[in-house]
Design a protein around this ligand. Structure first.
Ligand SMILES: Cc1cc2nc3c(=O)[nH]c(=O)nc-3n(C[C@H](O)[C@H](O)[C@H](O)COP(=O)(O)OP(=O)(O)OC[C@H]3O[C@@H](n4cnc5c(N)ncnc54)[C@H](O)[C@@H]3O)c2cc1C
Length: 384
């Protein structure tokens, strides 16, 4: 049975049920193949759009579901709860939760009408390209530059580790439109690969986990972008736009980490109760019970923390530092729990056919992307 949180009401509980059924029918049966092909099938997003499961928190006038972040979080948690956070989950969170809110919050009316309805139908997959080979945490140090020309910009530079990079139809690229102006010279520019001459996708990068999520290099060689593709129409707003949206991104990672803790504990408990060992079961050893009780306590604290912050977010009261603390706490503890649980599986835990093995590998990146644990500590420390 799906678990209900305090921030859920009757409507989101019904949505949870619908999302769980959609995931069981349209995603779970394909998960192993998506892992092998290193990306998920595009057409699942068309079906999710038909089912009303995309852009749930975007107003209906732009094709969305007219809900709140509670609706997004409900659907996203069901994808994660099926053990799919590493593929469909990441794609969903970026394309259906994050990018639409950049467009809704900062886009011009024309940009909203051009992109949001098609994203809601699953026709457009979104990505955000900040990181470069020479700049990740130190975002202000990016080198990708957009030089003003007649009617637009010429973009030069490269990005790396971009989720949905192979599949995206709309990429919000972080670029310097005024290299001398520091943070005030950074803009978000929407690239539509289908008609962007000078844009090239690089490799789909091989990773230690997150196999179903495509992660790519992107290259811009004198790539022309119309001036109308600057998000919001005015250059120089990008850094502020990013900073405002990052709290939600960190809550998305925290939600996923919490669900993955709960999954790891459930899988391990079930395994321990079955596994014969020295004439008993693995579960009968006090060490097993103590380890799992410790894990359960961490998971319970995480769930309580994240659910409380969801309430704050939904009432507009979540600050950046608290969201950073949530990402830090949940992802660091997910790492500990995944390690303890894998240990209880013994050799089986190291075998890819056991989901705990995949969860362990997938979990590692949550302490790095969306802002690393060290960067989260910097943000929290600034409030002290
Ligand atoms: C699977 C995956 C998917 C990703 N998806 C995206 C995406 O969709 N879009 C995107 O733009 N990026 C994406 N990233 C990139 C990710 O956000 C960066 O890797 C991350 O921000 C860290 O940047 P970096 O790799 O350049 O490491 P660096 O910034 O070089 O950091 C190296 C180390 O230094 C530490 N560090 C950094 N600053 C400080 C400091 N001030 N004090 C102390 N220690 C510090 C870091 O925590 C880290 O341990 C993805 C990465 C991965 C692995």
């Amino acid at each position: 049975m799906p678990m209900a949180s305090e921030w859920m009401d009757e409507e989101t509980k019904l949505l949870q049920d619908a999302a769980a059924r959609f995931v069981a029918k349209e995603m779970t049966p394909h998960a192993d193949r998506w892992d092998r092909q290193r990306q998920i099938d595009r057409d699942v997003w068309l079906r999710a759009g038909e089912a009303g499961l995309l852009l749930a928190s975007i107003p209906a006038e732009y094709g969305g579901g007219g809900g709140t972040f509670a609706h997004d979080a409900t659907i996203y948690q069901e994808i994660c709860r099926a053990g799919l956070s590493s593929g469909a989950g990441v794609c969903y969170s970026i394309s259906a939760c994050l990018i639409p809110h950049y467009i809704l919050a900062y886009g011009t009316e024309g940009q909203k009408r051009q992109w949001l309805p098609r994203m809601a139908k699953g026709e457009i997959i979104g990505a955000i390209a900040m990181t470069e080979p020479g700049a990740g945490s130190d975002l202000q140090n990016i080198r990708t530059a957009a030089q003003a020309v007649d009617d637009g910009y010429r973009l030069n530079g490269s990005k790396t580790y971009i989720s949905n990079g192979q599949t995206a139809d709309l990429i919000l690229v972080v670029a310097k439109t005024d290299p001398a102006a520091g943070a005030k010279g950074i803009s978000l520019i929407a690239i539509e690969p289908a008609n962007a001459e000078g844009f090239r996708r690089g490799r789909n990068l091989e990773k230690m986990g997150m196999h179903a999520q495509d992660t790519s290099e992107l290259f811009f060689d004198d790539c022309f972008v119309p001036a109308a593709n600057i998000l919001g129409g005015v250059p120089g707003q990008g850094f502020g736009q990013l900073m405002q949206q990052l709290a939600v991104e960190r809550m998305i990672v925290a939600l996923s980490a919490t669900v993955n803790m709960e999954l790891a504990i459930a899988w391990t408990t079930a395994y321990a109760r079955e596994r014969p060992l020295f004439g008993k079961r693995l579960w009968d050893f006090q060490n097993t019970q103590f380890k799992l009780a410790e894990c359960q306590t961490l998971a319970f604290v995480s769930r309580t923390f994240v659910d409380a912050l969801m309430t704050r977010l939904l009432t507009g009261n979540l600050d950046a530092a608290t969201a950073a603390a949530a990402k830090l706490w949940t992802t660091e503890n997910l790492g500990k729990i995944a390690d303890e649980c894998l240990q209880l599986f013994g050799g089986a835990g190291y075998m890819s056919e056991y989901p705990i093995s995949r969860l362990f590998a997938d979990a590692r990146v949550s302490r790095i992307y969306g802002g690393s644990s060290e960067v989260m500590k910097l943000i929290v420390a600034r409030t002290l």
